[in-house]
Design a binder for this molecule. Structure first.
Ligand SMILES: Cc1ncc(COP(=O)(O)O)c(C=O)c1O
Length: 459
């Protein structure tokens, strides 16, 4: 139909756009389209049968998301990646594609609280059992293995205690058990550590945090590092090695084994397709913008965080600082070996605790109420410096025993150091620490001043 003969309502939907024209934009475009036009029904039939690659529908694949996936895969040294709607979706789907009902996962017990909720509640509902082990206890990892185990899972730098995982030791144990090691590398990012070089097989990220880096967009990504051979024991992985009903010609290993990733094909064509946690094109665009400055930001984040940690360690009102860059940290030697560029910017410190939970909470509340530059926000990896109280916020669903196992006390405070001038961050913490004391009378006064401050800021 020629432009002059089409009606207004037709033109307002179709004029000026040809789905086949590349615009040669220098920056990846936002392909904000739910679906893609096929050149013929035969092409559509081939795409649906996974006989050729291409765009069908943005729930499963989108060109902007694809750029993000390729970029993260390359930064990790991986073979393929799947972008998803959040870090939570990345963890859930990465593991669901490995462990099915009746199967089992061994996971570190020092995980982000939302991941613990997912593994101990929702995975249990679905008949997938998880054994949590102290991530430093290699005997515990080995002892937890069952015939049904299908993955080992841990964070390379934990949130909030910044515990450094001995990735190589845990990877060796996973491989001895015949399963892949899946690493949540959200805090470290591939700039600080390429876990592929240490034996990991799959990484996941909450791209919401440092990959995006500006606190604007939720996203997650799963990367197949291409190191795990699912054909070595094919009966363990029927989802990859047996005929896949969605590929008429055989298994995912047969279709994608030589050129791509059968595992990422399963993640995309089954779990993202069926459950629907897709990364939006707009968020992928924002995350790509963030990725462009990843090295510069992480170098600054890491250096500033270490400076702040050193300041806190020298302060009388601080009981303990959990930062692996400090010589006093149990994980300092591992950080020196595995994280030569720095240890990222999420770490925690403890104010002096007591045996009175209410008084401890009041002390933390009074400290946080005095902060001005550092904001009370449930996030990490933002350009802004953020503070959180894990036991009443991000990790509040954990039992007292789980909190203790994760090294979190009632007075543990998490920081995510941003890109502001580090001297200003230190000055803010210094002024907020004035008045922090262990004496009961001073604590009561601090609590009273905190509630006054809270009341005046609510007005
Ligand atoms: C280490 C880690 N993994 C996963 C997640 C979940 O990510 P998202 O909030 O993007 O779902 C978080 C969130 O804080 C996290 O800190």
């Amino acid at each position: 139909m020629s432009p002059s003969s089409r009606a207004f309502a037709t033109a307002q939907v179709q004029a000026g756009y040809d789905a086949g024209i590349a615009e040669h934009t220098a920056v990846p475009s936002i392909h904000q389209s739910n679906a893609f036009e096929f050149r013929s029904l035969s092409e559509a039939r081939d795409l649906f049968a996974l006989r050729r690659d291409g765009n069908i529908y943005s729930r499963a694949a989108n060109p902007t998301v694809l750029v993000f996936e390729k970029r993260v895969a390359e930064l990790e040294g991986g073979v393929a990646a799947a972008g998803v709607a959040s870090g939570q979706a990345a963890v859930a789907i990465a593991l669901l594609a490995l462990a099915r009902q009746g199967e089992h996962i061994v996971a570190a017990r020092q995980l982000y609280g939302g991941t613990v909720d997912l593994l101990q509640d929702t995975f249990a509902d679905w008949g997938i059992e998880v054994t949590f082990v102290d991530q430093d206890d290699t005997d515990a990892w080995a002892a937890a293995v069952r015939p049904t185990t299908r993955a080992f899972f841990a964070e390379s730098i934990t949130n909030p205690i910044a515990q450094v995982l001995d990735v190589r030791a845990v990877a060796d144990l996973a491989h001895r058990a015949g399963v892949p090691l899946v690493i949540d590398a959200t805090v470290a990012t591939p700039y600080l550590q390429r876990v592929k070089d240490l034996g990991a097989d799959i990484t996941v990220h909450s791209a919401t945090k440092f990959l995006g880096g500006h606190g604007t967009s939720l996203g997650g990504v799963i990367v197949d590092l291409g190191t795990f051979d699912f054909t070595a024991e094919p009966e363990r992985w029927p989802q990859l090695t047996r005929t896949y009903p969605r590929v008429p010609t055989g298994s995912l290993v047969e279709r994608f084994g030589a050129t791509g990733s059968p595992y990422i094909a399963l993640v995309k064509t089954k779990y993202v397709h069926d459950l629907g946690p897709s990364l939006s094109a707009f968020n992928a665009f924002q995350l790509l913008q963030g990725l462009e400055t990843l090295d510069l930001r992480i170098a600054r984040h890491s250096a500033s965080a270490l400076e702040v940690a050193r300041f806190l360690e020298g302060h009388d009102a601080v009981a303990r600082v959990h930062h692996p860059g400090l010589e006093s940290s149990r994980w300092h030697a591992l950080a020196m070996e595995y994280l030569p560029r720095g240890a990222s910017s999420v770490f925690a410190f403890d104010l002096p605790g007591s045996d009175d939970a209410e008084a401890d909470f009041a002390l933390v509340e009074a400290f946080i109420a005095r902060l001005r530059l550092v904001k009370l926000v449930a996030n990490i990896g933002d350009a802004r410096s953020l503070v959180a109280h894990p036991s009443s916020m991000t990790h509040s669903h954990l039992s007292p025993a789980q909190l203790a196992d994760a090294g979190i006390t009632p007075t543990t405070i998490r920081l995510s150091i941003g890109l502001e001038d580090p001297a200003d961050i230190v000055a803010d913490l210094a002024q907020a620490l004035v008045g922090v004391t262990t004496s009961p009378a001073a604590r009561a006064a601090a609590a009273a001043s905190a509630s006054q401050l809270a009341a005046s800021s609510a007005r």
